[in-house]
Each structure stands twice: as structure tokens, then as C-alpha cells.
Design a protein. Structure first.
Length: 341
């Protein structure tokens, strides 16, 4: 028995969102009398942190503390329209809609503050800590709470905003039908190192090194967590997730729960070094694109290339199970490690 090490690399570019009918998202922002703000969305947080990042985008645009913003992901009956949480579009499409809504709400908030301070709205700025003051004269200020109270109970103003982000429809080449389905792309490169047992066909992850270019990381910790979790989703797709050893001609023969369904566990995790490269997107909220589904994509081909490098077998049918590896090794007469560069 010999355990062979191999290294594989994969590079990808990934489209952010789609361009089907403009791929629109809408958002609503409003304040209550306490000076807190609510963002209403129909875009659902799947655990990727969309509530956190849209909260940050809204707070930054309004110029208020992030703890003063609440994000309500309602449903399609009560929330503004959105195409959905898919296609890695959340940060880019929904974030732009939230920014547009927050700008409109901020404009009303500044007008209300200007009326209270008896100045021009253009002469005001928010300090990000819950206060609005005259530029160059911070002693002349008013809290956002007092502005909200004055707007609602004194001035008869609604501090609210509506936002939509709609991608312009792409031009279509009349001869080829070619069009551009996305406005921006994210990029990634991942190196996977594996160990392959030529007697059992078992593949073990040794380490991963990756670089992701995703516009601007609005919440670096969330980005890192999403990239780490997404990479292990990719490992799971590459090596584990399958109904085998069941061969379900009927669903009743498949795994019945996650105890029987094969996935990597804590003992299968390997070191993973990540570099995040920031190249702000011109049409992204504060330059952001977002990681999204791209987190998992480069892992699969990188692992397949690493297995080839280790034992010389090409497997293009996922997941790459020990049975497939062992059959391939035997069919070529044994392991054939490739040169490592």
C-alpha cells in the first residue's frame, strides 16, 4: 500500500447575477419615531449573511450607526419585489436597491433636520453616530431620533425611501445572438493538495490555498467565513455527497437522513489559506460583488486535478468515490504519479 500526494489547480470566473428581464431587486427603507430604520426586502437570507451586509449598506448610506438599522426579509405578499436569492446576486443586486432606497430616505431626513436647524439641507452631514450637524459647526446638531420625531409629529414628513436596481438589457448581436448575461464577474484560483491510497482508493484532503477577487469585502469576517464554508461544500461535492453505497432505483433505497448521507466531518477538514483580492466593481454597492456560489466552484476541478497528479487517473464523474479511484487505478495497471511542479 502506498499513499501518493498530488497537487491540482483550478481558476474560474463567475458571473454576478443574471440579465433575464433586467434582473431587478427592490427595497424599502423607513424610520420610526425612535430614529431607528427598517429595511424591507423580499430577498431571503440563506445563511450567507445578506441581512448583515444590507444592514451595513443602509447604515453607511444613511450615515447612522449600524445598530440603528433592522432588516426585515418578509415574503412575496408583504415585501417589495425581488427576483430571488440565487445566482450570487444578493450583495450586488439587493445591495444596490437598498442603497438607492437609503439615499431617498436620507434626503427626506436631511430636509427635516434642516427645517429644525433652520439651515440649508446641503449644509448638513451625518456623523454616523446618530447625529446630524452643520458642516464646520458640529455644535449645531440634532440627533436622528429628534429628527424622526419632528418629521412625523411636527412637520408631517415620512422619512422613507424606495429603491430598485435594474440591469439594463444587453444588446443582442443580430447575426450570432450573442449577448452579455452579467454586468460584472468575480474570479478565483484554488490549489488543492490531496493524498490518495492506491490500495483503497481513499482520497484525503491535505491542504488548500486560494485567492478570491470579489470586488470589495464589505464585511471581511463574513466573506472569510463564506469562503471557508463554501470551499468545504466544494470538497463535499467533489468527494462525498452521493447516495452510494445505495443505488436507488427507488427513492426508498437512498439515505433517509443526514446520518446516512455521506458528508465530510470535522476530522476531514484540512488547513485552508485564503487571500481576498479587492478590485471594486464600478456598478457594485461600495464596489462589492460578493462571493456567493463561487466559493465552492474551483474546489471540484482542483481536487480532480490533484488526484490525477497523485496517481495518474482522470475521473470526470462526481463524486470521486474510493470505488471509482480504485477501479481507475486498476484499469491502468497501477498508480502513475505525475511530475509535481
Amino acid at each position: 500500500m502506498t499513499r501518493h500526494r498530488g497537487r491540482g489547480i483550478a481558476s474560474i470566473n463567475y458571473p454576478i447575477g443574471m440579465n433575464l428581464g433586467g434582473d431587478p431587486s427592490q427595497a424599502l427603507v423607513h424610520s420610526n419615531p425612535s430614529g431607528k430604520f427598517t429595511v424591507a426586502l423580499s430577498s431571503i437570507d440563506l445563511g450567507q449573511g445578506m441581512k448583515s451586509v444590507t444592514r451595513q449598506i443602509c447604515a453607511e448610506t444613511l450615515g447612522v450607526p449600524v445598530e440603528d438599522v433592522y432588516v426585515d426579509t418578509a415574503d412575496s405578499d408583504t415585501g417589495p419585489h425581488c427576483m430571488g436569492s440565487f445566482a450570487s446576486r444578493g450583495t450586488h443586486r439587493v445591495g444596490n436597491a437598498v442603497m438607492a432606497a437609503a439615499r431617498e430616505a436620507r434626503s427626506v431626513m436631511m430636509e427635516a433636520a434642516a427645517e429644525e436647524l433652520e439651515v440649508n439641507a446641503a449644509d448638513l452631514e451625518a456623523d454616523g453616530r446618530g447625529n446630524i450637524h452643520v458642516k464646520g459647526a458640529p455644535h449645531r446638531s440634532i440627533s436622528t431620533k429628534d429628527v424622526a420625531i419632528a418629521a412625523q409629529f411636527k412637520q408631517g414628513k415620512t422619512i422613507s425611501g424606495r429603491g430598485i436596481f435594474l440591469v439594463p438589457l444587453s444588446d443582442v448581436d443580430p447575426e450570432t445572438g450573442e449577448m452579455s448575461p452579467a454586468t460584472c464577474y468575480a474570479h478565483a484560483c484554488l490549489v488543492a493538495e490531496v493524498e490518495v491510497d492506491d490500495e483503497t482508493g481513499e482520497v484525503s484532503m491535505v491542504r488548500m490555498d486560494s485567492a478570491y477577487e470579489l470586488g470589495r469585502a464589505l464585511n471581511p469576517r463574513l466573506v472569510e467565513q463564506q469562503l471557508v464554508g463554501g470551499a468545504w461544500m466544494g470538497v463535499s461535492h467533489a468527494l462525498y455527497e452521493t447516495p452510494e453505497p445505495y443505488y436507488p432505483e427507488k427513492p426508498i433505497h437512498g439515505p433517509r437522513d443526514f446520518v446516512e448521507y455521506l458528508m465530510p466531518g470535522p476530522g476531514d477538514i484540512c488547513p485552508h489559506d485564503i487571500s481576498v483580492l479587492e478590485r471594486p466593481a464600478p456598478d457594485g454597492p461600495f464596489g462589492a460583488k460578493g462571493p456567493g456560489e463561487m466559493c465552492a466552484n474551483p474546489v471540484l476541478p482542483a481536487v480532480a486535478n490533484a488526484i490525477f497528479n497523485a496517481v495518474g487517473v482522470r475521473i470526470d464523474d462526481l463524486p470521486i468515490t474510493p470505488e471509482k479511484v480504485l477501479r481507475a487505478i486498476k484499469s491502468q495497471g497501477g498508480a502513475r504519479p505525475q511530475a509535481r511542479r
